[in-house]
Design a protein around this ligand. Structure first.
Ligand code: NAD
Length: 259
């Protein structure tokens, strides 16, 4: 088979959580461009609907929006039932929904701690469990968890212990699920992006100043990543091009963690 054919996602069904905007939207765009049908599972139904219209128009592929809260098992199970009812299968899952709260550990409320862990880590488990069952039944699938370089290194100078802990948890969950599900031909990998310019980080880049200078001085490429620069790794991991990759963490960070 020609190597380029291995990247083809024609007739695939991909679910991307938090794909209404930002990195999820950019990765979803790469998948539909490669031929996949798409499900946007996002808590922001209105924004998700706008994104779906755009991606459908651009690609001619079917894009379904299912309002979903990844922290609620009922909501996730309902989304999965809808998707399987409509498309009959799920080939690819990108667990991308996530938030950050920058607070000093000694001042952080327990509610905020739970909120970050709930969306960033528990959400990945809840969605993986529901879609993992479908993939096990199908005897195949690819799950891509969006961790962060913050799961490997501690960012400075901002305080974000809950975020860092959640993203480190996602890496270990990725390896654990990869181990459990390899025999079912379900691959599970993680992407660990560095500083990317999205809604999540926009406020920092807009204010620029000393903090952004520190970040960029620690990034050998000297610039933040753009959302579309995750398209290649998302497509690689979603497709047969990565058929022997599982339990791995792919840093895409302009060299930050190589320093
Ligand atoms: N932006 C960066 O620099 C960066 C770097 C490394 C990792 N990441 C990770 O990438 C992912 C996407 O980040 P982004 O910058 O695109 O963020 P973003 O804030 O632009 O988008 C996050 C999306 O997740 C959705 N969402 C939030 N809570 C949800 C919930 N409970 N259920 C379903 N959807 C929910 C939001 O509605 C939004 O569409 C996150 O997991 C983030 O931690 C981002």
């Amino acid at each position: 088979m020609n190597i380029l054919d291995k990247f083809n996602l024609n007739d695939h069904v991909s679910v991307v959580t938090g794909a209404a905007r930002g990195l999820g939207k950019a990765m979803a765009e790469a998948l539909v461009q490669a031929g996949s049908n798409l499900v946007i599972a996002d808590i922001d139904y209105e924004e998700a609907t706008k994104t779906a219209k755009k991606l459908m128009k651009e690609s001619g592929k079917e894009v379904l929006v299912v309002g979903t809260d990844v922290t609620k098992e009922d909501s996730v199970n309902n989304m999965v039932d809808n998707v399987v009812g409509h498309f009959g299968k799920i080939d690819v899952l990108i667990n991308n929904a996530g938030i950050v709260i920058n607070e000093k550990a000694e001042e952080m409320s327990i509610e905020n701690w739970y909120k970050v862990i709930d969306i960033n880590l528990n959400g990945v488990f809840i969605v993986s469990k529901a879609i993992g069952k479908v993939m096990i039944r199908q005897k195949g699938g690819s799950i891509i968890n969006v961790s962060s370089m913050s799961g490997i290194i501690v960012n400075t100078p901002q305080c974000q212990s809950s975020y860092n802990a959640s993203k480190a948890g996602v890496i270990m969950l990725t390896k654990s699920l990869a181990m459990e599900w390899a025999k079912h031909n379900v691959r599970v990998n993680a992407i660990a992006p560095g500083y990317m310019k999205t809604e999540l980080t926009k406020k920092f880049f807009e204010n620029s100043g000393e903090m952004v200078d520190m970040w960029m001085n620690s990034t050998p490429m000297g610039r933040p990543g753009l959302p579309e620069e995750l398209g290649g790794i998302a497509l690689y991991l979603a497709s047969d091009a990565s058929s022997f990759a599982t339990g791995s963490v792919f840093t895409i960070d302009g060299g930050y963690t190589a320093l």
